[in-house]
Design a protein around this ligand. Structure first.
Ligand SMILES: *[C@@H]1O[C@H](CO)[C@@H](O)[C@H](O)[C@H]1NC(C)=O
Ligand SMILES: *[C@@H]1O[C@H](CO)[C@@H](O)[C@H](O)[C@H]1NC(C)=O
Ligand SMILES: *[C@@H]1O[C@H](CO)[C@@H](O)[C@H](O)[C@H]1NC(C)=O
Ligand SMILES: *[C@@H]1O[C@H](CO)[C@@H](O)[C@H](O)[C@H]1NC(C)=O
Ligand SMILES: *[C@@H]1O[C@H](CO)[C@@H](O)[C@H](O)[C@H]1NC(C)=O
Ligand SMILES: *[C@@H]1O[C@H](CO)[C@@H](O)[C@H](O)[C@H]1NC(C)=O
Ligand SMILES: *[C@@H]1O[C@H](CO)[C@@H](O)[C@H](O)[C@H]1NC(C)=O
Ligand SMILES: *[C@@H]1O[C@H](CO)[C@@H](O)[C@H](O)[C@H]1NC(C)=O
Ligand SMILES: *[C@@H]1O[C@H](CO)[C@@H](O)[C@H](O)[C@H]1NC(C)=O
Ligand SMILES: *[C@@H]1O[C@H](CO)[C@@H](O)[C@H](O)[C@H]1NC(C)=O
Ligand SMILES: *[C@@H]1O[C@H](CO)[C@@H](O)[C@H](O)[C@H]1NC(C)=O
Length: 802
């Protein structure tokens, strides 16, 4: 018996250490040797359990990683992997643990395998996912770009590869079944279960063609972190064995000869049983489509006409090699595991958003349609800046797609999956993605006037339900200049939480709008949004102290952190409310600030951390916090005191913000503080939920050495983790190289002593996107201790509008 579940979306996960050759044996470099899709496929971090009642899957909960390790093309819709039954780990479909495999599915998410039915009687086969669940053979998983395989303890091996909308499975039965090849009991049965991983299906229907064995069907499913439902269709064909009989099943009860089923209540589906395959293999091709069964079949027939597994696999590999080929490194001396962290980070950054162009049944449009923005709050900081650097063509299509979503939905998305709206976590973060792309010359076919209209809509027009798009509390935002705790908001509904983090995020969103306004000559708007970008000041309480528990942890909040002045919630009437500055840090009620009705005034983090979120005007923040020395000490304390959890995306920028205080060396130091101790080549090697590649893109960008301050044309310079890294710009075709002089692979020399750009001295500790566009060589001379390089006032990154 062998099952394939239909199901959809979401996925992230990691595992088997790849076996590498000895570093001493220098061989031809193959980038695939350094991609380990199994990084992050089991619980990696220490984040405790959080409740997340709104979502079917918790997006950021106790189990970390949730990496999708299966077969996919870059940004592909079809995502094939084996699905596990561990409720804490199945977000990505697969997990590198001991849990049972229930099947294989093609969109991430769900379907298993067994052999013939006991006694050669289908009635005795196990159809329901709980009953058919099978153990894996330990150590049998192979995961590579475009390929995944696993053996179950039935000894059946399943390999899978994909095209954009079609998964191809090669199922190999144990060869000693061959002894039984004349025995009718070796009659493989493949079933398609309409179930999805979160078991959200309604309105399923399925049919099996008794002549060809084709199984096709449709279902309505719920999205994993959003509202509404979506329809998905599939079409499965088989090759390699003759059809013996077909039927449907409900629960464990098969109905041979009954070939269709509507209004199915899961577990239910259809099956085809085959005669013994002549070479012990059956190929299964599953096309998917949001539009119709006919289109699912058409996608499969056109993308994989001949069931040629090797050919499809080779094309998938080629697609990945092309994407990766824009990056070159001199890896001399660099540890293989670190190289794997680097390349795997790029790989994971290109799994989503997914290209659903031609598959959107919601509206007709000639524009591209990308989906699985999961979520932009997570992706704006590093994924989109990395894509802009490595794959500006895809970034351009994503930007156009965001604008087209605005055209047809009336708002930009903040989170989106499976054609459904997802939950907003903080600000209207697509504003930042658009500004970042605008400033970096993403232009081809982009309608920036409509984009601007979308930005203004976010800033000015509150939607009726701001939990899924736009911003809430805009009336207060405009009149008070902050989001008050317990806001009185007659204009829309949403969770009345996160007043502090929403205030600082809205302020930055408005700054991003001001930059685009300036570029598009909307002069009257520039001042307005710049003014609003100062609103973070309204929640800064200058006499607020912060106490944390003593080292034993049993003494209450008695130890003075020594820092005064934090963001605090404020009432509508202007009086202060209170939230302990360390609340929702790992030191105090870590998980109390998730997205639920009991949430508090900061989202997934503490006021301690959010106090640093003023990327638009770090100079003012540093003055406010007592000057550069005080600021650097406070930021170091954030990293070393246990107050910061590096596994959530807001922690990324604070690693590099020392640049603004004239201490670029400390940014390099803290980058190495976290990599590889928190981001490494193990199945648990991701500190947090990967969130569609956010953690991977963080690691890769940190290792390139030029950290992008998303939403601004600013890269903060730290030394690459390689002797040299080069990127060929997809925008200009030119090559830019960042080179270390005095590189040592032990990373003792991580402090820049001096720098040159194309041979001329370069004193600033930051650089603009022009460097990548124009090409050239940025050469950094390294030493063992901090130097004066990049420390003067005129060397610092810009604060305010450039
Ligand atoms: C298959 O098993 C069922 C239930 O055990 C039994 O009723 C049926 O007769 C069997 N069919 C055959 C062909 O043996
Ligand atoms: C996994 O499947 C095996 C049968 O293959 C079963 O004995 C075991 O109970 C299952 N484990 C879980 C956790 O369901
Ligand atoms: C698989 O192997 C790992 C160690 O390699 C071990 O911890 C685990 O228990 C094994 N699982 C099974 C089901 O044998
Ligand atoms: C798959 O989709 C990508 C865009 O997402 C496109 O560039 C590529 O050509 C497609 N592959 C095939 C074989 O159609
Ligand atoms: C088939 O071969 C595997 C090892 O290759 C063995 O474990 C299994 O017992 C064999 N099955 C039969 C029915 O002989
Ligand atoms: C066919 O397989 C069944 C179940 O494994 C077994 O009981 C039977 O003896 C086999 N028949 C022959 C002819 O090998
Ligand atoms: C149920 O699915 C059918 C297609 O199989 C579709 O026509 C119908 O609109 C769906 N109904 C609901 C309530 O989604
Ligand atoms: C379902 O089966 C019935 C009778 O076998 C047939 O008339 C009908 O066309 C089938 N429907 C589908 C969707 O295959
Ligand atoms: C301001 O509002 C808070 C919260 O509603 C209330 O406790 C406080 O008394 C008010 N202060 C004044 C001066 O009205
Ligand atoms: C903080 O956590 C403690 C238990 O660790 C709990 O009793 C308390 O209610 C929590 N406080 C809030 C505000 O969630
Ligand atoms: C790898 O990263 C994980 C997750 O951050 C961490 O728990 C683990 O200690 C790290 N392992 C090593 C060997 O550094």
């Amino acid at each position: 018996m062998y099952n394939i579940n239909v199901k959809c979306l979401t996925g992230l996960a990691l595992t088997l250490p790849l076996v590498f050759g000895l570093a001493a044996e220098k061989r031809d470099f193959d980038v695939f040797d350094y991609i380990n899709p199994l990084i992050g496929t089991v619980n990696g971090g220490k984040k405790p359990t959080a409740s997340f009642p709104m979502a079917r899957f918790t997006k950021s909960n106790s189990r970390i990683g949730h990496v999708f390790p299966g077969a996919t093309l870059p940004f592909g819709m079809a995502k094939a992997v084996a699905d596990v039954d561990n409720p804490d780990e199945k977000q990505g479909g697969f997990a590198s643990d001991d849990s049972n495999i229930t099947g294989f599915s093609h969109m991430h998410d769900d379907g298993t395998g067994g052999a013939g039915c006991p006694g050669d009687n289908v009635t005795s086969c196990h159809f329901a996912s709980n009953d058919r669940a099978t153990k894996r053979l330990n150590g049998s998983v192979k995961a590579k770009p475009g390929y995944f395989s696993i053996s179950l303890d039935t000894l059946i091996n399943t390999e899978m590869t994909v095209t954009n909308h079609t998964a191809l499975y090669r199922i190999t039965f144990p060869s000693n079944s061959t002894d039984a090849s004349k025995n009718d009991s070796y009659s493989p049965l493949i079933l398609v279960d309409l179930i999805d991983l979160p078991q959200s299906i309604t309105n399923g229907s399925i049919a099996v063609d008794p002549k060809t064995g084709r199984i096709s069907g449709t279902g309505t499913f719920g999205p994993s972190f959003g509202v509404g439902t979506y329809n998905l269709n599939f079409c499965a064909d088989f090759s390699g064995a003759e059809v013996r009989q077909t039927g449907i099943f409900q629960n464990n009860l098969p109905s041979p000869g009954t070939n269709n089923l509507t209004k199915a209540q899961a577990p239910a589906g259809a099956w085809t049983q085959f005669k013994a395959p002549s070479n012990h293999q059956i190929l299964t091709r599953v096309g998917v489509s949001f539009i119709s069964v006919a289109q699912a079949c058409h996608n499969a027939e056109t993308e994989i006409p001949h069931f040629g597994f090797e050919k499809v696999w080779k094309s998938a590999e080629d697609a990945w090699r092309t994407k990766l080929s824009v990056v070159e490194v001199d890896e001399t001396g660099v540890d293989d595991d670190l190289q794997t962290v680097f390349w795997s980070g790029i790989y994971r950054s290109m799994i989503s958003p997914q290209d659903y162009t031609g598959e959107n049944y919601l509206w007709d449009s000639d524009e591209p349609y990308y989906d699985s923005y999961y979520c932009i709050w997570d992706s704006f900081r590093s994924i989109h800046p990395l894509l802009t650097l490595l794959d500006p063509e895809s970034q351009t299509l994503m930007v156009r797609s965001l604008i087209d979503i605005y055209r047809h939905e009336g708002k930009l998305p903040d989170c989106r999956m499976s054609l459904c709206k997802g939950f907003t976590q903080g600000g209207s973060n697509a504003d930042i993605v658009l500004a970042d792309s605008y400033l970096k010359g993403i232009t081809a076919g982009v309608d920036w006037e409509t984009a601007y209209e979308a930005l203004i809509s976010d800033a000015e027009d509150e939607p009726a339900d701001w939990s899924i798009e736009g911003r809430g509390g805009l009336r207060s935002w405009k009149s008070l200049g902050y989001i008050p705790i317990h806001d009185n908001d007659p204009d829309g509904t949403g969770l009345m939480t996160r007043s502090v983090s929403r205030t600082v995020e809205y302020a930055y969103d408005d700054f991003c709008i001001a930059q685009v306004a300036k570029g598009l000559d909307k002069f009257s708007d520039v001042g307005k949004y710049l003014e609003r970008s100062n609103n973070w000041r309204h929640l800064y309480k200058s006499d607020q102290k912060s106490f944390v528990a003593g080292t034993t942890g049993h003494e209450g909040q008695t130890v003075d952190t020594g820092y005064t002045g934090f963001l605090q919630p404020k009432n509508i009437n202007g009086s202060w409310a209170y939230q302990d500055p360390s609340f929702c840090s790992p030191l105090l009620n870590f998980t109390s600030c998730y997205l639920n009705s009991n949430g508090h005034e900061t989202y997934e983090g503490s006021a301690w951390m959010y106090t640093f979120f003023v990327p638009q005007d770090m100079a003012s923040l540093i003055r406010t916090l007592g000057g550069p020395d005080q600021f650097s000490a406070r930021l170091s304390y954030l990293h070393t005191s246990g107050l910061l959890y590096i596994g959530d995306e807001q922690a990324f920028l604070p690693v590099f913000q020392f640049h603004y205080a004239g201490r670029p060396g400390l940014s390099a130091k803290f980058s190495h503080f976290y990599i590889p101790s928190q981001f490494n080549n193990t199945i648990s090697g991701i500190a947090g939920n990967d969130d569609s590649g956010a953690m991977g893109s963080f690691t890769t960008l940190a290792m390139i050495g030029l950290w992008p301050v998303s939403g601004q044309d600013v890269y903060l310079i730290t030394p690459p983790y390689f002797p040299e890294v080069s990127i060929i710009s997809g925008q200009t075709g030119r090559k830019a190289t960042v080179r270390n002089v005095n590189f040592d692979a032990e990373y003792a020399n991580i402090y820049i002593q001096s720098a040159t750009l194309d041979g001329r001295p370069y004193e600033k500790n930051w650089i603009t996107h022009d460097f990548w566009l124009n090409g050239g060589v940025l050469e950094l001379t390294l030493g063992k201790s901090e130097s004066r390089w990049g420390t003067r006032r005129q060397d610092l990154p810009p604060s305010g509008l450039k």
